[in-house]
Design a protein around this ligand. Structure first.
Ligand code: ATR
Length: 451
């Protein structure tokens, strides 16, 4: 996107800000929607906060996120405060209000968590909720639970006074010391883990490790998203409950802020794409995924690349043939193309969760479904191997195991299919690699270089 005189600035104030993931989300949305705004992190010291907020207004900045350590102090510098942000006592989003010459403060963390649990099908209506922790994050959870109609809320904290303070300011909350967890007698609990314990690299840590407690838990939500499967989540699932991390909360707090700033809805399809990018940033994978038309060299160059990098090589079509127990032409003939694509999707979901250190050569049609293209991105870095129509034709003309080419004029068929697919391949790829030269070493070098 071109930055020009119409470009609006949005951003983040905090300290530190170097590791923020918010630019991935906001700039990803702007790019996908063609919106002229750019998101930039700003490191702001505590004693510069007031100047920064007023300066941002004067610079015509459309809106800002606010993070540690300014979430509380920034409340003194807003011209208006959303009711939830006021009750929670923390602001993470500033929205420009022209006629008041300043910003209105919101708490989209709370709204983001609310949207996440709604999407995950968790209802808090009349439920008993346990919140572990009583810091800033826990306050947002408490407020959301009240909003969503929880019947009873246990707030457990190492420092019970902090839990008590929150309980004193809000209804339906029972403050307790963390060590008294076994005094909770109800079961079917919905538990939010809102302490900082278990955050990477301390992935083995957990605030409560008694399996008897977890037997009473039906749903556990960890506000930590790194690692993806925290010890807390593992204990919940081991005891038979459902567990979620809060990466979607991170996503949705940003989407909601974005919608407030730009006064427009972000379509779900764009949110889904941005979520994949976010997951790739937070949980990077070490696989290389090769896509491209038949004959583009996925097997030849893929094998050479895997060998050079000491990686495994996997051919998706071969794997599917083994799994189905019949050849691809047979699957097409007996079950139809749709059944074959469905089989591909199932296999991809499995690889997304288990594949590592592998060069994966995919079938030519694999990225054509949007769902599959997303899964491929989740599996690894997607490289699109290309060649001209003539080169492709020369490579595949004698091959009888290509169902799509069993026709009178295969050259024309290739032209037509390539025209249809080029754009889809490009959209599904992180990088495009030209294989026309047939120079194995140079092509493998390109494939490795972009890794
Ligand atoms: P956040 O804004 O992420 O909630 P916070 O306000 O610093 O961060 O709160 C951190 C939470 O993790 C608190 O509930 C804290 O308990 P205390 O209030 O007793 O400090 C909890 N926490 C952090 N380290 C802990 C530990 N080692 N054992 C138990 N609880 C811990």
């Amino acid at each position: 996107m071109e930055i020009n005189g119409h470009t609006r600035l949005i951003g983040l104030i905090g300290n530190p800000v170097e590791h923020t993931l918010s630019p991935v989300i906001h700039n990803g949305i702007s790019k996908a929607m063609g919106v002229q705004s750019v998101y930039v992190p700003f490191k702001v010291e505590a004693d510069g906060l007031a100047t920064a907020v007023h300066g941002a207004y004067e610079l015509n900045i459309l809106g800002m996120n606010v993070t540690v350590p300014h979430k509380n102090d920034v409340m003194e510098h807003v011209v208006e405060l959303d009711e939830a942000a006021q009750a929670i006592g923390a602001v993470n989003t500033l929205v420009r209000v022209e006629d008041k010459q300043g910003y209105k403060g919101y708490n989209t963390d709370m709204m983001g968590l609310r949207r996440q649990i709604q999407e995950d099908g968790i209802s808090l209506q009349d439920e008993t909720v346990v919140i572990l922790g009583a810091g800033g994050a826990a306050k947002s959870v408490v407020y959301m639970c009240l909003l969503e109609g929880a019947k009873k809320i246990y707030l457990l904290n190492r420092t019970v006074e902090k839990a008590q303070q929150i309980a004193d300011s809000m209804n339906r909350i029972i403050a307790m010391s963390m060590q008294d967890y076994n005094q909770i007698t109800e079961d079917n609990l919905i538990v939010f883990q809102a302490t900082s314990i278990g955050l990477a690299p301390h992935v083995e840590d957990v605030v409560l490790d008694d399996i008897e407690f977890y037997k009473k838990v039906k749903v556990g939500v960890d506000l930590i998203y790194n690692p993806a499967n925290t010890r807390f989540m593992q204990l919940v699932t081991q005891a038979g409950g459902r567990a979620y991390n809060a990466l979607k909360m991170l996503l949705y707090q940003a989407v909601i802020a974005y919608e407030l700033w730009h006064d427009r809805k972000v379509p779900q399809d764009i949110i889904d794409d941005v979520y994949i990018e976010l997951k790739r940033k937070v949980y990077p994978k070490d696989n290389i995924v090769l896509i491209g038309f038949m004959g583009s060299g996925k097997t030849t160059f893929g094998k050479a690349c895997a060998k050079k990098l000491g990686m495994e090589f996997l051919d998706a079509d071969e794997y599917i043939v083994n799994k189905a127990g019949k050849s691809i032409p047979q699957i097409f003939a007996e079950d139809g193309e749709e059944a074959f694509r469905q089989l591909e999707t199932e296999v991809l979901m499995n690889w997304r969760d288990h594949l590592s250190n592998t060069v994966l050569a995919t079938g030519g049609g694999m990225p054509l479904r949007k769902e599959n293209a997303r899964l491929l991105k989740e599996i690894g870095r997607v490289e699109y191997l290309t060649a001209t129509t003539k080169e492709i034709y020369d490579r595949v003309k004698g091959d009888t195991n290509r169902p799509l080419l069993q026709c009178d004029n295969p050259y024309e068929k290739i032209c037509e299919l390539m025209k249809q697919r080029k754009c889809l391949y490009e959209n599904a790829a992180d990088v495009v690699i030209d294989t026309n030269s047939n120079d194995l070493d140079a092509i493998v070098e390109d494939m490795m270089h972009v890794r």
